[in-house]
Design a protein around this ligand. Structure first.
Ligand code: ZN
Length: 101
């Protein structure tokens, strides 16, 4: 696998400069410096990263908002978004039941 990484310290800039000056210097360096000066490019013996999984949206059974399936919790077999779960937990602390919410 080909590894391309910014060289360590190449964007550190002059600590005597203000953050804005360092930012401008970094932008100028990125636009003008040769790739070999900016990047460490080499072949490494590693498996490529796995593909990012797609989060399937589901509808919260309480508020109707879409929520990523992995972020929803099931209450009585139906998805509930994190915000509604927080409301339900707070209500439970106050003594209400899930059906009261
Ligand atoms: Zn909800």
């Amino acid at each position: 696998m080909l590894r391309v990484a910014l060289r360590h310290g190449v964007m550190d800039g002059d600590p005597a400069q203000s953050p804005e000056e360092r930012h401008q210097a970094a932008l100028a360096l990125l636009q003008s410096a040769p790739d070999t000066e900016l990047y460490d490019i080499r072949w490494i013996d590693a498996a490529p990263p796995t593909r990012h999984r797609t989060l399937t949206p589901v509808q919260c059974s309480r508020c109707g908002e879409d929520v990523a399936e992995d972020h929803a919790e099931l209450v009585d077999g139906r998805p509930v978004c994190p915000e509604c779960m927080a409301d339900m937990r707070q209500a439970t602390i106050r003594g209400a039941t899930a059906d009261d919410i």
